[in-house]
Design a protein around this ligand. Structure first.
Ligand code: UDP
Length: 486
């Protein structure tokens, strides 16, 4: 069957006396897996035992994020190695030679995990009370239904992006005479405006076809039969959109985040000795560099475009020049390129080509701004750290997130010229960086970011936080049912 339990399934008996066991199945990309693993911590803390499904190459990342002694097991499902478009051994989207062209083939191929997934599900004990699986793994809805397991969908999207894209599609707003960059009012949400280029080609073509469209139809085309949606957000951040989704129909949208605030220590609060016994890790070079900047009284701009953005050489050079001209201190985490810049800026900039602890960087006291592609996790992480953003969206729903950041909650400034098909000139970047780090608008968005950081922490606070209560409500609904004892 190809499954392997790598950690003993520990049965955890919650206070109420019943066993609650949940299945988690993250999509194989970092931006989808990381928040689901944060959710895992929150569930473990509430004494729910977990079985997490993944594929062999993704197991180490997942295993490393689980705290020692956690009541969680990982089950591996072999990933097909004979998909014509995907190099053998690639099991996550950040390893694809080109996300832009290969993503749909990769996502569609996940359906081939279904037979192994269902064999493994059938043998799980205790019987799962519920499942949280990624929306990109649309076929898990059928599996959940087959076994009568309530399924929650995790999309990793904001309430804002989910609401606005639904409204835009429902009202067919992208088929009018407007040019790609002309603003269009989203009538259901007063004040919200979008443009055609905020959306994927598929959404604005009258008769779309091709693998990406096939994927969209499978993942989003049919009305959901799932129990509800788990949202990585907090109600206070986007109340209008969260309430809108919840007023739509039978499924509830549970805002239980920001998930990035789930700490490892929280999970093991009854096993403090495990956490304390862990050896402190040496500080990476970039944290030491940030320490030095802090000692010098400098405010650093953190530059990172997520785990999979593809940026042309020409654009990278323009970013490098814009950063150089801005004269700010910066830490740039880059997947490839950036050559020569570090020497040119002599000590003012650091370039890192490795995987970093982004949350740790954003939480460093020297970091005063975040140039971001506006992946939703990055937005939540920036907000939680109270760091204002420079919004430079590139793909997926990032243009909508950038609108949220710059136009709705105003915790950031949009970089002029940025967008799905945009090109940012060095001067535009330089101006935006100067404005964020030292300008009046920068001050305003910094104040807002700090306010939302407080609200985010409050939402996650044990006992009274809105997200804390929402997750408890969800667990009460799903864990305390008679049928659990199957
Ligand atoms: N991330 C990280 N280290 C890296 C690159 C990315 O920790 O070197 C994390 C980042 O903190 C975030 C996730 O990877 O949690 C990326 O998700 P996001 O939604 O921001 O962007 P995506 O990668 O999906 O485009």
């Amino acid at each position: 069957m190809g499954t392997e339990v790598v950690a003993a399934v520990t049965e955890v008996i919650p206070a109420g006396g019943s066993v609650c066991h949940a299945v988690l199945f993250p999509f194989m990309s970092k931006g989808h897996t990381i928040p689901m693993l944060h959710l895992a911590r929150l569930l473990l803390r509430r004494q729910i035992s977990l079985t997490i499904f993944t594929t062999p190459a993704n197991r180490p990342f997942i295993a490393a994020s689980l705290p020692a002694g956690a009541a969680a097991s990982i089950v591996e499902l072999p990933f097909p190695h004979d998909i014509p478009e995907i190099p053998a051994g690639v099991e996550s989207t950040d390893k694809l030679p080109s996300v832009d062209s290969l993503f749909p083939h990769f996502a569609l191929a996940t359906e081939r995990l279904r037979p192994d997934f269902e064999s493994a599900l059938e043998n799980l004990r205790p019987w799962p009370s519920f499942m949280v699986s990624d929306g990109f793994l649309w076929w898990t809805e059928d599996s959940a239904e087959k076994f009568g397991i309530p399924r929650l969908v995790f999309h990793g999207m904001s309430n804002h992006a989910a609401s606005v894209s639904r409204a835009v599609a429902g009202d067919r707003l992208l088929f009018g005479p407007e040019s790609d960059d002309e603003l269009i009012a989203v009538t259901r949400f007063p004040g919200v405006r979008v443009c055609k280029s905020d959306f994927e080609e598929t959404a604005r073509t009258p008769d779309p076809e091709g693998p990406f469209y096939d994927f969209v139809m499978k993942a989003f085309g049919a009305p959901s039969r799932s129990y509800g949606y788990v949202m990585n957000s907090f109600h206070e951040f986007e109340p209008v959109f969260a309430d809108h989704l919840n007023a739509l129909g039978k499924q509830k949208y549970y805002s239980v985040g920001p998930l990035c605030l789930a700490e490892v220590d929280d999970v093991c609060n009854n096993k403090k000795e495990v956490v304390l016994a862990a050896k402190p890790k040496p500080k990476p070079a970039w944290i030491q560099w940030l320490d030095e900047k802090l000692a010098e009284g400098k405010s650093v701009l953190y530059v990172a475009f997520g785990s999979q953005a593809e940026i042309s050489e020409e654009q990278l050079e323009e970013i490098a020049r814009g950063l150089e001209d801005s004269e700010v201190d910066f830490l740039w985490v880059i997947r490839k390129g950036g050559g020569g810049l570090e020497e040119r800026v002599k000590g003012r900039g650091m370039i890192v080509g490795e995987w970093v602890d982004q949350k740790g960087i954003l939480g460093h006291a020297s970091v005063g701004g975040f140039l971001s592609h506006c992946g939703w996790n990055s937005v939540m992480e920036g907000v939680c750290a109270g760091v204002p953003m420079l919004a430079w969206p590139m793909m997926a729903e990032q243009p909508l997130n950038a609108r949220m950041v710059a136009e709705e909650v105003k915790v950031g400034i949009r970089v002029e010229g940025s967008g799905r098909t945009g090109f940012v000139r060095r001067g535009a970047l330089e101006n935006a960086v100067r404005e964020l780090m030292a300008g009046e608008k920068g001050k305003e968005v910094r104040r807002n970011a700090k306010e939302y950081a407080k609200k985010a922490r409050k939402a996650m606070e044990e006992g009274n936080g809105s997200s804390w209560k929402t997750l408890n409500l969800l667990i009460d609904e799903l864990c305390n049912k008679e049928e659990d004892a199957r």
